[in-house]
Write a protein that binds this ligand. Structure first.
Ligand SMILES: [Zn+2]
Length: 580
């Protein structure tokens, strides 16, 4: 039998090699320069070596249909080059490219042979290393599942339905990582995750989210329960011999939290000094969420409000009575009314009277005088609606920074900026710039207003159940720029008409009469034209179950030059006075 070159030993110093490998993944074909094709595959050999290989031009034409996931081939006459970590999904230092010289031949596999030969080989890194790696990167992890949440379905931007499951895993470096399992790995029955099993994870994509290291499965990931490898045995022994009693939280004190840049994600341990009744909140999607606000304090003499969502909030009231200690992991902390407040995430764990050193210390502090100490609240002024009513004038750079830290209460900003781009294409295809909306009058929160929902091609409104009067509306993605920065904002109808200097009816008319390309160039004529005063609204929304700032442009008007000029003169005089 011919000996094949091990993938793990491929390097730029070898040029004569033939590898035998299974295709484990394949990208769609992409077009580059003058219609040439490129696609990539991921290869796995019998020794567990993995590498990415890209096929260009002639080689792409020849092998696009030949290379199929799950089949085994021999490959030679490719070029070895240093991997571009941004695209490479394997851990290999190098990647392969094939062009017209490529030699690829399919290897017939007998039944059963494939699974024998191409077994998963793990290259585990411990969590300490996983936490310090430069991200994004891939890693294999071996860990105990200490927490798992039910399977959830979410909708991707492109409309596909995705299945996910969030779990929390720990290893013997006493660190934890939140992982999101996708697809088949998420659908495994709950019983698999029960009883704190040791699991081997191959090819986990690690990244940072709100300042925390998190991971997720990708197409090529393998999730193996109780794998028969020495590392799994080591982790199991550690867990059985005291590991399960360790604390995996890395608790941040409130005084340290007070100076952390926001938003951030931290583990908190405190004494419950106050709590509110359970309340319900309706999301935009019409889902009802349950929450409970509690106030926690720690021995640094600070207190902060934390919102416990869903199951965490639904705990019985007695749980929070009598100033118990509480450990809350993965708390998202944001600016709120000028102060700071926290909120649990799906990945959060809430433990009352936790058996951890921080908890013991807090109990001691509380009983030995802490309860009578004066405590400084980290919350804001609590000015209520006032903050939203008053728009703050700022630069784009300031607005971007401030909107990142916004809470559930909408904040308004005014920026002076010019339109720099309108998104007219998405992934190479023209996007519709206008649509027909329903004009049925409806009684709502703010009185009687048109329904404004998008109607289908026949003019039918699904919400009202009629095909009534319609109007043309616009909803554009616009990039605005000022001297400090630029920003992409979803720009609603009224603002969009001002920004492009055309009514939605006019836009539809230009497209109807002259075609879409003429419409695009008419819009382009307005780039960097009239300076506009934009009203921007920022609000914390949930996106796929995670909080995210939603920043939109809700109003636009040409800048009033005399007013603006006087304001700038006054600013200059202030600056001169300050330096004099
Ligand atoms: Zn309607």
């Amino acid at each position: 039998m011919a000996a094949f070159f091990p993938i793990s030993e491929l390097s730029a110093y070898q040029n004569k090699w033939t590898i035998k490998a299974k295709v484990t993944n394949k990208t769609p074909v992409r077009i580059f320069g003058q219609g040439k094709k490129v696609f990539s595959v991921e290869l796995l050999d019998g020794a567990g070596g993995e590498i990415r290989a890209s096929f260009f031009a002639d080689a792409a034409n020849k092998y696009l249909d030949v290379l199929q996931i799950g089949k085994v081939f021999t490959f030679s006459r490719g070029t070895v080059k240093v991997a571009n970590k941004q695209y490479s999904t394997s851990n290999h230092r190098y990647e392969l490219t094939f062009d017209r010289d490529a030699q690829v031949a399919e290897v017939a596999i007998k039944d059963g042979e494939a699974t024998e030969e191409y077994k998963v080989i793990f290259n585990f890194v411990d969590f300490k290393t996983a936490h310090s790696k430069q991200v994004p990167c891939r890693a294999d992890l071996c860990a105990v599942v200490v927490n798992f949440r039910p399977v959830a379905t979410i909708n991707a931007k492109d409309g596909r339905e995705l299945v996910k499951r969030d779990i929390t895993v720990v290893d013997d470096t006493a660190k934890s990582i939140d992982l999101t399992l996708w697809g088949e790995n998420a659908k495994l029955p709950d019983s698999n995750f029960e009883g704190k099993p040791v699991v081997g994870f191959k090819n986990i994509l690690l990244k940072d989210f709100n300042g925390s290291r998190v991971g997720g499965t990708v197409d090529t990931s393998v999730v193996m329960f109780k794998p028969e490898v020495p590392e799994a045995k080591r982790i199991q022994d550690w867990w059985s011999n005291g590991g399960s009693g360790q604390s995996f939280a890395s608790v941040t004190t409130l005084v340290a939290l007070a100076v952390k840049p926001l938003p951030c994600r931290v583990d908190l341990c405190g004494v419950v000094v106050g709590f509110k009744p359970v309340a319900t909140v309706n999301t935009k999607e019409g889902k009802e969420l349950v929450k409970r606000d509690i106030t926690i304090a720690d021995e640094t003499g600070r207190s902060m409000d934390v919102t416990l969502w869903n199951a965490h909030g639904q705990r019985p009231e007695e749980d929070f009575e009598g100033n118990p200690t509480i450990l809350v992991t993965s708390v998202l902390v944001k600016e709120w009314n000028g102060g700071r407040a926290g909120s649990t995430l799906e990945a959060s764990m809430v433990v009352l009277k936790p058996d951890v050193p921080e908890g013991k210390k807090l109990e001691q502090w509380w009983s030995q005088g802490g309860s009578s100490q004066s405590i400084v609240s980290m919350g804001g002024s609590g000015g209520g609606g006032g903050a939203a009513a008053k728009a703050e004038h700022c630069t784009i750079a300031d607005m971007r920074m401030k909107s990142e830290a916004v809470g559930e209460q909408a904040q308004l900003y005014k920026i002076n900026a010019r339109l720099s781009v309108v998104q007219t294409r998405k992934q190479g295809e023209q996007m519709p710039l206008h649509y027909k909306s329903c004009c049925e009058m409806k009684e709502g929160q703010y009185g009687k207003l048109p329904c404004n929902r998008r109607v289908d091609e026949a003019g039918f409104c699904a919400a009202c159940g009629v095909a009534g009067k319609t109007a043309t509306r616009m909803n554009l993605r616009c990039q605005f720029s000022d001297f400090s920065n630029s920003v992409w904002l979803t720009t609603f109808h009224e603002a969009a008409e001002k920004v492009v200097g055309m009514t939605a009816d006019k836009v539809a008319e230009v497209e109807g009469a002259n075609g879409r390309d003429m419409l695009d160039s008419a819009i382009m004529k307005g780039y960097f034209g009239q300076p506009m005063e934009l009203t921007v609204r920022a609000k914390l929304d949930s996106y796929n179950g995670e909080p995210r700032a939603n920043v939109t442009c809700i109003g636009a008007a040409p800048v009033d030059r005399p007013t603006r000029g006087r304001k700038m003169l006054a600013d200059i005089q202030d600056m001169l006075a300050a330096t004099a």
